[in-house]
Design a protein around this ligand. Structure first.
Ligand SMILES: [Zn+2]
Length: 220
């Protein structure tokens, strides 16, 4: 008789969406489902036993997760976050070091490589002007315009849990190359890069090492 009776959940789909499925290792569709546990007899639901909670089921591999799986960004979302981060680091360095010709050219190349292929120099400078327009005191704290200090936090900090240390250092190196495009680091450029490194939760040793390494391995 024990083999004929059992408790199983019945699931009802409430919503569909896209998430990063850890079992598949990629972006997949999910079904968000609410469930109830049933006592089953001979395969038939006999008695409701209560709530089984809400889960996400991958439509590809059928693995089931809690709603916290939505906290992992999809690859598409992560790519968008990375592009925004790269763009913000570029702007922070330009704001700190002055947008001379060599730095502007390096910046446009960097944002193109970051995936903003449609962005030209006037648009970059307009974005820079919009962001550097702000409160001086807060700006001094971060070595760049206050709008940029806020932007750096907003753009970089959400990436930290999802990006390994070499990836975070790579973002810093990208900014360093722009600072170096018109000669050695200026004090303000160094401060802006350090501010970016702190937002990326890199230790001061790692930040200084990455800044030094960028001078030895110039961007080709
Ligand atoms: Zn899956």
């Amino acid at each position: 008789m024990a083999q004929l009776a059992g408790v199983r959940a019945r699931w009802r789909t409430e919503a569909l969406g896209e998430f990063f499925c850890p079992a598949c290792g990629g972006d997949r569709n999910y079904r968000r489902q609410g469930g109830r546990r049933w006592l089953r007899l001979l395969g038939l639901p006999l008695l409701p036993l209560g709530d089984a909670g809400t889960t996400l089921q991958c439509t590809a591999c059928r693995a089931r997760y809690g709603l916290d799986a939505l906290g992992i960004p999809t690859s598409g979302t992560l790519l968008g976050m990375l592009r925004t981060a790269q763009f913000t680091v570029v702007l922070a360095v330009l704001a700190a070091g002055g947008a001379c010709r060599a730095a502007r050219e390096a910046a446009v190349t960097a944002v193109h490589e970051a995936g903003h292929s449609d962005l030209d120099e006037p648009q970059l400078l307009a974005a820079l002007a919009a962001l550097t327009d702000g409160d001086e005191e807060l700006g001094e704290l971060y070595g760049c315009g206050s709008g940029l200090a806020v932007e750096l936090h907003t753009a970089l900090e959400p990436l930290v849990p999802h990006l390994a240390e070499p990836g975070r250092e790579r973002l810093l190196t990208l900014g360093a190359w722009i600072a170096l495009a018109d000669g050695p680091y200026r004090p303000d450029e160094r401060e802006a890069l350090r501010a970016a490194g702190r937002c990326l939760e890199l230790s001061s040793e790692r930040i200084e090492a990455a800044l030094l390494a960028a001078t030895r391995l110039p961007h080709s």
